[in-house]
Structure formats: structure tokens, C-alpha cells
Design a protein. Structure first.
Length: 206
């Protein structure tokens, strides 16, 4: 199981490096530009690469969780997050000002699914009283709070109030969700590194 976790951490770390490299080479404003828009930059290929690596890391940690005897819902949610990450990368968003396409729709709803499932997985893990449970609960709650801030502008636009990316820090709130959810995933893996940690997952057994 340790090999799965180490490989998972390596995938997440490499994916994070790819994401940081993409940001460093872009002239977009990270405060207002959402991450999806970076796919149209010259090094945009790094975005699906990064997201695919996150998906691989999540799958590896999910398999380690399954072998550790964790609740099947936790394993399923980790796999769902990874699948959503892969879909986000495989189906790029539309360019600004272009009507929503099939690819853009898949991208949007896969992102919403990813943003929802990881905090739930984190709260279930925290309820199981595993190692780092308190930190995991805090990160999960922060992710949910940031998600509300991500969704609110879309709701406001739906009711007819015009908003532009300059009016709201959409990039900041979205990055807050991604960073906190990666933190939850990393803590989920770290909680299983030591054999003694397995005893703590007893309340989460299927």
C-alpha cells in the first residue's frame, strides 16, 4: 500500500508543478481569470497534463483507501473526483464569448462534480477520526465555503444581474477550492502512511 501512496503523492506533486509552470508562463490575471482559461495559452497543454496527473494520484490513493478497508463511499468519492479531473482536462472550456458547446458543458459540470465530492469525502474521513481529521475537516469546510463563492456569480447572472470577471475575484475563489481539495486528498493519503493509522479507520469500514 505504501507504494500506491508514494506513487499517488508523486503524481499530485508533478501535477502541481505542471500547474505552477503554466501559471508562471502566462500573462493572465490569476485573481480574475479562472484556471480553465489557461488552456488557450501557449503552454496550455500543461493544463490537461496537470489535471490528468491529479486524476492518477486520486485513483492511486483511492485504491490504497480500499485496501485499508475504508468506507466504500469514501473510495467512490475519491474515484469520482479523479474521474472529474480527467474529464475537465479532456474536454476544454470554450473561449470567452463563445456559446456553450458540448465540450464546454462537460467541462463545466465535471468541475462542479469535482468541487462537490472532495469536501464530502473529507468530511466522511474526518468523521472516521483518522489521523489529521481536524485539519481535513477544516480544509473541507473551507472548500465548501469557497465553492459557494464560486457558484454565487453564476446564480446572479442567471437572475439577470450582469457581472464581468473584473467585478468578482473568480480566479481567486476557484483556486481556493482547488488548493483546499488537493490538501484534503494529500491528507487522506498521509493518514494511511503508518500501519497504526489503519486502526483509526474502523468507524469508516464498509
Amino acid at each position: 500500500m505504501k507504494g500506491l501512496l508514494v506513487s499517488g503523492f508523486a503524481a499530485i506533486g508533478t501535477g502541481s508543478g505542471a500547474m505552477l509552470t503554466l501559471h508562471a508562463g502566462s500573462d493572465l490575471d490569476p485573481l480574475h481569470s479562472v484556471i480553465s482559461e489557461y488552456v488557450w495559452q501557449s503552454a496550455g497543454w500543461l493544463l490537461p497534463t496537470s489535471l490528468t496527473l491529479f486524476a492518477v494520484g486520486s485513483a492511486l490513493i483511492a485504491e490504497a483507501a480500499r485496501r485499508a478497508g475504508m468506507n466504500r463511499w469514501i473510495v467512490t468519492l475519491l474515484l469520482a473526483w479523479g474521474t472529474s479531473m480527467f474529464l475537465i482536462g479532456a474536454f476544454p472550456t470554450d473561449r470567452p464569448g463563445v456559446p456553450l458547446s458540448l465540450s464546454g458543458g462537460i467541462h463545466r459540470y465535471a468541475a462542479l462534480a469535482a468541487f462537490l465530492v472532495m469536501p464530502v469525502a473529507g468530511l466522511l474521513l474526518a468523521q472516521a477520526k483518522i489521523r489529521y481529521a481536524r485539519a481535513m475537516r477544516i480544509l473541507s469546510c473551507l472548500a465548501l465555503g469557497a465553492l459557494v463563492l464560486v457558484v454565487v456569480p453564476y446564480v446572479v447572472r442567471m437572475i439577470g444581474i450582469p457581472l464581468t470577471n473584473d467585478d468578482i475575484p473568480a480566479g481567486l475563489t476557484q483556486r481556493a477550492v482547488v488548493i483546499t481539495e488537493l490538501g484534503v486528498l494529500a491528507l487522506a493519503g498521509l493518514s494511511m502512511l503508518k500501519p497504526s493509522a489503519r486502526r483509526g479507520v474502523a468507524p469508516a469500514l464498509a
